[in-house]
Design a protein around this ligand. Structure first.
Ligand SMILES: [Zn+2]
Length: 365
């Protein structure tokens, strides 16, 4: 298997173009054409994780957090990231990271965290805007079905739980073929009118290349007339954070005890109790306190995240119970997602889950 095959699996599940501007998801080290035989899934690439990969004969490490994040101007071994990278390069171990692109899809980091908390009826908390596009294409009426099927097959036409969504309007198209053309219908130098169908559909921007190629391949015309519009609609399948419901309402202390037990959180910091029971829960794995206003506006009874600063605990003002369960604790299950995504697609690729706990935070009790 090639490294690019592994990257393509993640591209399908959590397109790399969805990563945040500050992120560096993707290849950290390696060539997409390189052969890889055995991988190791982890949260952080530390020296210990690279040593584990060497010991287990892995030639690929797939991490959640990128090893190269802020950029490196030298590799002098003065920082643990340098030493981990040098060790990986010396042992020819490819490094790939799948970070905020996996945070921002429906079936990613937050879904896993929500399921570990037993939440149901999940949806994205802060749905992304500006990602959807409208595609309009004109084609001969009797080729409409083939073109529609091709663009649906490539991923266009999905709205919520519906697929194959389009609007079709029949009319007449006109064109005059030039001297160097090779028209499908009509003669050169004469204006031709053809019965055509205008097909309108919708697609997420990250599928644009694939959908346009499928449309052109299926279309009989030499020059395909189509329009692509950017939309302001929100796209429910991508965005940050998540909302879900507990099967039964819980007292606040029982809820915190459940978080402690299910997430293995040794020290949960939380805002003052609100005195209300908890049913609707907002969450964001990792540093998610920037979503606290959205969580409060959503009507959630609790907001579970990590890396909450002192003054941010004031902000929730009894509206909800905000719990900081720890960054690693909230994302530790991402190893399982990386494993599931790859092994579901490639049953013949050996991917191991790292047994290293890379949490650098300890609690003194
Ligand atoms: Zn994180």
């Amino acid at each position: 298997m090639k490294l690019k095959d592994i990257l393509n699996v993640f591209e399908e599940q959590a397109p790399f173009s969805l990563q945040e501007s500050y992120d560096n998801s993707g290849i950290q080290y390696g060539n997409p054409e390189q052969e890889v035989k055995k991988g190791l899934a982890c949260i952080d690439i530390t020296e210990a994780v690279v040593e584990e990969a060497v010991k287990k004969g892995c030639d690929l490490i797939i991490s959640h957090h990128p090893l190269i994040f802020k950029g490196m101007k030298s590799l002098d071994g003065s920082h643990y990231t340098h030493r981990a990278l040098i060790k990986a390069i010396k042992n020819d171990i490819c490094l790939v990271s799948v970070h905020t692109n996996l945070d921002s899809v429906l079936t990613g980091v937050n879904e896993k965290l929500a399921k570990k908390m037993g939440l149901e009826n999940l949806e994205i908390l802060d749905k992304r805007k500006g990602l959807l596009k409208k595609l309009v294409v004109f084609c001969p009426t009797d080729h409409g079905e083939a073109v529609r099927n091709a663009i649906f097959e490539a991923g266009a036409g999905q709205i919520g739980e519906y697929d194959c969504c389009s609007f079709n309007l029949e009319g007449k198209g006109s064109f005059k073929a030039g001297d160097n053309s090779n028209p499908f219908v009509g003669g050169k130098g004469e204006v031709h009118f053809e019965n055509e169908v205008r097909i309108e559909t919708i697609l997420p921007g990250y599928l644009q290349g694939r959908v346009i190629k499928a449309m052109i391949d299926a279309h009989p015309y030499e020059e395909v007339a189509y329009d692509l519009y950017s939309l302001d609609n929100v796209f429910g399948k991508t965005g940050m954070g998540m909302i879900g419901y507990l099967p039964r309402e819980m007292e606040e202390t029982a809820f915190l005890a459940m978080l402690r037990d299910n997430l293995g959180s040794d020290g949960i910091r939380h805002s003052p109790f609100t005195g209300k029971t908890i049913r609707k829960v907002a969450l964001c794995g990792g540093s998610g306190s920037f979503l606290r206003d959205k969580a409060m506006a959503s009507g959630a009874d609790a907001f579970v995240t990590a890396d909450v600063k002192f003054h941010e605990f004031f902000d929730v003002e009894g509206v909800l119970l905000m719990a900081d369960v720890g960054h690693y604790e909230s994302e530790q299950f991402t190893k399982e997602i990386l494993y599931e995504i790859v092994t579901k697609k490639f049953t013949n690729f050996a991917l191991l889950i790292s047994d290293q706990n890379t949490n650098p935070v300890r609690y003194f009790k």
